[in-house]
Unconditional design. Structure first.
Length: 95
C-alpha cells in the first residue's frame, strides 16, 4: 500500500509505502495516516468501475481502508466552507 499526498503542481508525493500484513510496516502506515488526518487532510481510496471512470471513496479511519487497497490519497480540504475559529479574523464581503 502507498500513502500519497496530492501536491498542486507536483502531482502525487509518496508519504509512506508498505505491506499491511507486516506489523512494523502496518504501524508506520497507520502513524502516517493519522498524522495526515490530524493535519486536516482528507483521505480517499481509489476505486475501479466497470466503465473505466475514476472514482474514490472517502475514508475517515485506517480501519475503513480495504486491506487490498493499493493507494490512499490525501488532499487538502476546500477553503471557505466552515465558520472561523474564535479570535480569527473574518473575511469582509464586498458590497
Amino acid at each position: 500500500m502507498k500513502l500519497l499526498r496530492v501536491k498542486p503542481g507536483h502531482g502525487e508525493v509518496v508519504l509512506a509505502e508498505g505491506d499491511v500484513a507486516i506489523p512494523e510496516q502496518y504501524t508506520k502506515l497507520l502513524a502516517t495516516f493519522r498524522r495526515e488526518l490530524d493535519a486536516g487532510m482528507w483521505a480517499a481510496v481509489p476505486t475501479s468501475t466497470g466503465s473505466g471512470r475514476r472514482e474514490a471513496e472517502l475514508v475517515r479511519s485506517f480501519e475503513e481502508v480495504p486491506s487490498d487497497a493499493e493507494r490512499v490519497i490525501f488532499f487538502p480540504r476546500a477553503a471557505g466552507g466552515c465558520e472561523p475559529r474564535r479570535g480569527q479574523p473574518t473575511a469582509r464581503r464586498r458590497s
